[in-house]
Design a protein around this ligand. Sequence first.
Ligand code: FAD
Length: 343
Amino acid sequence: MAEPSTQNASQIGIDPTRASEAPLPPSVEMKPAQAIKPGPDGIVRTVPESPLVDIMGGSSRHQINVLDHGFIALVDCMPRLVPQGQTADAAIVQAARVSYGQGTKKLNEDRGLIRYLLRHRHTTPLEMVEVKFHVCMPIFVARQWIRHRTANVNEYSARYSILPDRFYTPNLDQVRKQSKANRQGGEELFRVHDDAQELKTAQEFVNYLDDVEGFYKRYLALTEQGVSREMARIGLPVNMYTEWYWKCDLHNTLRFLALRMDSHAQAEIRVFAEAMLRLIEPLVPATVEAWRDYELGGLHLSRLEVDALTRLAAGSNPDLACDNARERSEWAEKLAKLGFRPA
Ligand SMILES: Cc1cc2nc3c(=O)[nH]c(=O)nc-3n(C[C@H](O)[C@H](O)[C@H](O)COP(=O)(O)OP(=O)(O)OC[C@H]3O[C@@H](n4cnc5c(N)ncnc54)[C@H](O)[C@@H]3O)c2cc1C
């Protein structure tokens, strides 16, 4: 086995000459036990093949402000240090190849592998990247967000501390009407600029939020009179802001984004999801590119839909062989996305 060639390397007991000679794929041809030498404490410390750089550029947080008082801030990620010229995509490739060191030097090969993984729904290599956020969002958004069970969460304790005076209040021209097509959704906006009655209704809604915000003073007063914080808070509305730290692996973060960036998700969580994607994209650009191509911008077809599409290609009726109205309307949406208009 070759001796370490630099003083620094010998101090930490590795053999950088062997490390840099490692052929690809390393998991097959490199024998770690022979390639590197333990230090006096028995620990093998490997010097990276090229300098490592902080993927967050030395910042403590990357923050985007969302809604009237909220924010989402990327506060950490894994890997945080990556070989110069690479991104956290490298950790996915490294895990997929079960390699160590840099894994590969050809970024286009890495991109191809990542695209393959996403296309074929391989999940665990993506779980090797983690992202940690500090988020401040209205409680009704947090209630939707917390349903994503694979994340690790720690929330501000309103039993321990007084909740700060922050309430979400949309502008008049952001008030949505109940959707007629989707019982869960609000879509169309009140026409506050050209319809007096709609302006009045939207104003009434905003006034109603102002009224519930008025409870904050009573909340504070009651805690000052000795009511416990854990009880005083229970009269506060769900448009009040809360905060948490949220850590999740990339696979489940992308799943969260696919669900919460979807047009069926509530607008107030969608804006957080969109901001989250902007923060993640520079960390894993190849993965996000592939995810946009195969998941976000893709289309899943059921067997019935494949059958209908096959009939359409043969010049026949693309009607769905199903009498469920919702499924049929979803098929119509998919056909429209594919560029087919109803006959
Ligand atoms: C537009 C929209 C509307 C919604 N409406 C409602 C509603 O009306 N009512 C309501 O209650 N919820 C609603 N939800 C929440 C929804 O049903 C899911 O609970 C939420 O989106 C989390 O999805 P998930 O389970 O895939 O995510 P995660 O909890 O992050 O789980 C990710 C994946 O991990 C796996 N997993 C996680 N935990 C377990 C476990 N314990 N056992 C086995 N596998 C596990 C599963 O494969 C899962 O798909 C809605 C969500 C959306 C996006």
